[in-house]
Design a protein around this ligand. Structure first.
Ligand code: OGA
Ligand code: NI
Length: 356
């Protein structure tokens, strides 16, 4: 390892600094095991280019044209059953707002380490607010090649706006506006999912209770050894659903059967993925799918993930309407705080839903 490798400070490594120091090889804490390295290559999409995640125009839901609405609903149903992931366009927010949000997030990471560390995250708290490293779980200690900023929007008791980036100056007000847009979009999608599953109107919202919403900004520096390192290890999200804005760089991959498929960046689109609580409530009809991020030597990448969670005191299990003699409950009913805590013990380490 080169002698100019920045020291690991109290807050752990910082991948942006490692890249900027011009290191030729990464510290061993980032190196995936030999067997894990076999399971990915930085650009392994080419062989499965025919398989790509669905892109859905949500304006089809608003139209007075019933045929178009039915086709849009069918596309969403198929995406939820087959992929658990889709990209959306015409999602009810201005694409300019989404771009501005992404740009401000990127400008935050362009600040010096000292400026970012004013809002440092407690490295021991997996859901602590602020800037730093993603948590290390007790079962996997290989680190991901990313620096993060984590903060809540809801509930208001968790929000602490003082813990959000205050540089660049427009970050906070833009995030408030973007958060409203994400809330509306996910409300609308929950209504659609309920309709597609044949559940009573409002059933999903009632089951999930008061919304918890948080942002995680994922900064993936360019990486000198992309074939040995992952930006984010494979996992399924523990929450209800996630809305993500990425840039032109790419690196997010979704598992489809035995293959990993790239989520090809589309300018102005948002990526939506179903998370574990939707799979559970739908009794397995809809999928929460494993995904991961690979790195590259060329460009840094920023994604902003908005996680819509259930309320901490919600108890979530398969909807009774979806359980019968032919379709037994596949999952136990679990308190959401308990579920999330077990996710954080496990860490980003594949997909493991509790079986009934
Ligand atoms: C996540 C996630 C993907 C990405 O934050 O849970 O899967 O592209 N992010 O950063
Ligand atoms: Ni994820």
């Amino acid at each position: 390892m080169a002698s100019n490798v920045p020291r690991k400070g109290a807050l752990g490594y910082n991948v942006k600094e490692l890249w900027e120091a011009g290191i030729g090889s990464v510290p061993t804490t980032f190196v995936q095991s030999a067997s894990a390295q076999q399971a990915f290559t930085p650009h392994d999409d080419e062989t499965h280019a025919a398989d790509s995640i669905p892109v859905i125009d949500l304006s089809g839901l608003q139209e007075g044209d019933p045929t178009r609405r039915a086709a849009t609903l069918a596309a969403i149903a198929s995406a939820c059953q087959e992929w658990g992931f889709f990209q959306v366009v015409n999602y009810g927010m201005s694409p300019a707002l989404v771009k501005k949000m992404h740009k401000l997030g990127r400008e935050f990471f362009d600040l010096s380490t000292e400026e970012k560390e004013v809002l440092a995250k407690d490295p021991k708290n997996p859901v602590g607010n602020g800037y730093g490293r993603q948590f290390l779980s007790s079962t996997n200690s290989t680190e991901d090649w990313q620096d993060v900023f984590f903060h809540y929007l809801l509930p208001l008791t968790h929000k602490h706006i003082d813990s959000w980036p205050n540089k660049p100056i427009a970050y906070r007000e833009t995030m408030e506006e973007y958060g409203e847009g994400v809330l509306k979009l996910t409300d609308m999608l929950l209504d659609v999912f309920g309709e597609l599953l044949g559940l009573k109107t409002g059933y999903l919202q009632e089951t999930f209770g008061d919304t918890m919403l948080n942002a995680r900004l994922n900064f993936y520096a360019a990486c000198p050894e992309p074939s040995r390192v992952l930006g984010l290890r494979a996992h399924s999200d523990p929450n209800v659903m996630t809305v993500l804005v990425q840039d032109h760089v790419g690196g997010l991959q979704v598992k489809k059967g035995q293959h990993w498929v790239n989520v090809t960046p589309i300018d102005g689109a948002l990526v939506v993925n179903l998370a574990d609580q939707i799979q559970i409530v739908s009794n397995g009809k809809f999928q929460s799918v494993e995904h991961r991020v690979v790195t590259n030597q060329g460009d840094a990448r920023l994604s902003i993930a908005m996680f819509r969670h259930a309320s901490g005191d919600a108890n979530i299990g398969p909807a009774p309407e979806l359980v019968d003699a032919l379709h037994p409950a596949l999952y136990p009913t679990t308190n959401y705080t308990t579920y999330r805590a077990s996710f954080h013990r496990k860490g980003h380490n594949g997909k493991v839903l509790p079986a009934q």
